[in-house]
Write a protein that binds this ligand. Structure first.
Ligand code: ZN
Length: 239
């Protein structure tokens, strides 16, 4: 559940080369190019990765019947591997299909407790930056594309703008989606650290549902997020 992974330090140039190689490996020849700058890696920042929902709370259900919590966990684990490999310190809020509530006799009360525990983990992580992974749904199945939401501070907004731009430049060409303030999202409104919530795509869209279930596309999403964090390390996140 709570898994603190010790930081491994690489030279900045190593990080750039490694992400570049991984992106090429994951995206295939010429499919997507993600630029990565040298990131000064220090032990100052811990990226808290939150695979949304889990356990008693499956989240939304895709049009092919897969729970959102499963998409979230698979993508989050890939992101964690990539960031860890690059030498960043990470904290996974969950690593299995589980909830992290500590109290409550009803599912509703347990869901509230679960969210409070997630907030607590983020706020207790020194120099933590939250990356919460979710999937979108909408009654009209034609909508697709990733969208990034940000907590109420300049760092979160700058990170979200950069990530939304990277999604459009790589996986969602032509998308008009813009990042948005995370109004009404409990987790995002109660954290005291910078944070973004990434809706990786619409599982209510047949095509995107299939894509999001594929290992290749999940790796691409993890690469886009990891490379954006790496790009943002110096100028936004003070990493
Ligand atoms: Zn969700």
């Amino acid at each position: 559940m709570k898994k603190r992974i010790p930081i491994t330090k690489f030279f900045p140039i190593y990080a750039a080369v490694l992400v570049g190689c991984l992106c090429i490996a994951h995206f295939g020849s010429g499919a997507v190019t993600v630029m990565v700058e040298n990131a000064p890696i220090t032990d100052r920042t811990c990226i808290v990765i939150d695979p949304g929902h889990g356990g008693i709370d499956g989240g939304a259900t895709s049009c092919s019947g897969v729970l959102e919590s499963q998409f979230n966990l698979e993508i989050a684990l890939r992101l964690n591997d990539l960031l860890h490999f690059l030498g960043y310190e990470t904290l996974m809020i969950r690593t299995t299909d589980t909830s992290i509530y500590t109290e409550g006799n009803t599912i509703a009360a347990q869901k509230v407790s679960d969210l409070k525990q997630r907030v607590k983990l983020v706020n207790e992580t020194e120099n933590g930056v939250l990356v919460s992974i979710h999937q979108n749904t909408f009654p009209d199945g034609r909508y697709s594309g990733a969208q990034v939401f940000y907590a109420d501070d300049d760092t979160s907004r700058a990170l979200a703008e950069k990530l939304q731009g990277t999604f459009i430049n790589t996986l969602n060409p032509g998308s008009k989606r813009r990042c948005k303030a995370s109004d009404g999202i409990y987790l995002m409104q109660h954290i005291s650290r910078p944070g973004i919530l990434v809706e990786c795509g619409f599982i209510s869209n047949l095509e995107e549902d299939a894509l999001l279930q594929s290992e290749a596309y999940q790796k691409k999403i993890a690469c886009v997020i990891a490379s954006t964090l790496s790009l943002s390390a110096a100028d936004i996140l003070d990493m």
